[in-house]
Design a protein. Structure first.
Length: 401
């Protein structure tokens, strides 16, 4: 009977949490509109993704959710019948909302500990507000959020382990985020929608569900940022969003997984894109310059047919792989022959660069070290740290060569 047991919690508007008994796995779940569908239409009516876990008891964790027996947060599913051992289903359509868990194989309720978020995050609605040195974690919604505020500034913040986004802006807000960490959130590290304008400088977005950064407002910039290890896609843009990615490290989960960046209208300058299945996807128009694409399992660059007339590629190092320009698909051999004949491409370097760990920087002894515009180093210049690794590191800076 243990494998059939599902524990159910009801989440009322006032946030009480109480046990409501048991149900069988044959019960039918109410229809549930996915988080992504709601966000895609710029509708936010509550939390549709949760970061939670149920696992055998162990010492408490101060800065991360309790992992399941495999060391990761419990998996979320969209149907009650699909809950695996240690997983959960969040029914947002019931009144009150309900959170269902299935016990790990062989576990008993008395042996398990459940951790749930119990706050609603940090919200700014006024104009010309500056927020410094604040952490917002374990929210049932966004860690940080804003709607109409003009000239809002966040400095040195931490929005992590939240059920929805680490940080999210809406309406016609204009916001600058100067330094921040957004990791292990249930519905993107960053999600900016409607007609908002945001500028992110020196932030790290890592290990989030759904995507790393979803930019779907009026205009967005990410400057000197690290975006890596997020599920499915690292940086995604939607609608008619104008995007500027400059001096950013974008690294995926592996050469056979996900996309580094999708661009509707935008610019990439001095960015390094590595460890993804697709490097960048361009749907309407983009200018890519002084960048490095390496360790890409599928297409380095994919440009839709309608975007070719508004696409430029210059002074960029491309690993020996595949590209698609409109209907023209080129492998590493045919791409080398065609590169010189493409009107939108200039000063392209086809090579497998040896990048310096751990920041994926071009080493000083590379033959392409000064191949960028005005003799600059191609790729990102995001500062390295001693013993820095994608999961964190020390604070002692290592100077650039």
């Amino acid at each position: 009977m243990v494998s059939k047991f599902i524990s159910s919690l009801a989440l009322a508007a006032s946030l009480p949490i109480f046990a409501v008994g048991c149900t069988s796995t044959t019960a039918k779940a109410p229809n549930q509109q996915s988080w992504y569908e709601k966000l895609g239409s710029s509708v936010k009516s509550g939390t549709d993704k949760m970061t939670a876990a149920i696992a055998p008891k162990q010492p408490s964790f101060k800065d991360q959710p309790l992992p399941s027996p495999n060391g990761k947060a419990g998996p979320n599913v969209l149907k009650l019948d699909d809950i695996p051992g240690g997983g959960f289903f969040y029914d947002t359509q019931s009144a009150p909302r309900r959170l269902y868990f299935r016990l790990p194989a062989g576990a008993k309720i008395a042996d398990c500990k459940l951790e749930l978020p119990l706050n609603t995050g940090f919200y700014v609605s006024d104009d010309y507000v500056t927020v410094r040195n604040i952490a917002s974690k374990y929210s049932q919604d966004d860690g940080f959020a804003g709607f109409w505020g003009q000239g809002v500034v966040f400095e040195n913040i931490n929005g992590s382990y939240n059920c929805d986004q680490g940080i999210s802006f809406h309406g016609t807000s204009t916001t600058t985020i100067d330094g921040g960490l957004f990791e292990r959130n249930g519905g993107c590290g960053i999600a900016d929608v409607m007609a908002c304008i945001t500028v992110y400088r020196g932030v790290t977005v890592r290990n989030n569900m759904i995507a790393g950064a979803l930019l779907a407002g009026h205009a967005h910039a990410m400057l000197g940022c690290r975006v890596y290890g997020n599920y499915r896609i690292q940086v995604e843009t939607q609608r008619d969003t104008s995007t500027n990615l400059s001096d950013c490290l974008i690294a995926g989960e592996g050469p056979d997984k996900g996309t580094g960046a999708s661009i509707v209208n935008g610019r990439m300058n001095h960015c390094t894109v590595v460890n993804c299945q697709t490097g960048v996807q361009v749907s309407r128009g983009a200018k890519i310059s002084n960048c490095v694409f390496s360790q890409i399992g599928g297409n380095l660059i994919t440009v839709d047919k309608d975007a070719l007339s508004c696409f430029e590629l210059s002074r960029t190092i491309l690993d020996l792989g595949k590209v698609t320009f409109g209907g023209q698909k080129l492998d590493k051999d045919s791409w080398a022959q065609a590169a010189a004949q493409l009107a939108f491409a200039s000063n392209i370097i086809l090579d497998s660069p040896k990048l310096r760990a751990p920041g994926y920087l071009l080493p000083a002894d590379s033959p392409h070290y000064k191949a960028g515009e005005y003799g600059a180093v191609p790729g990102c210049h995001v500062g390295e740290y001693k013993d820095w690794a994608p999961t964190g590191g020390a604070k002692e800076a290592v100077p650039h060569p």
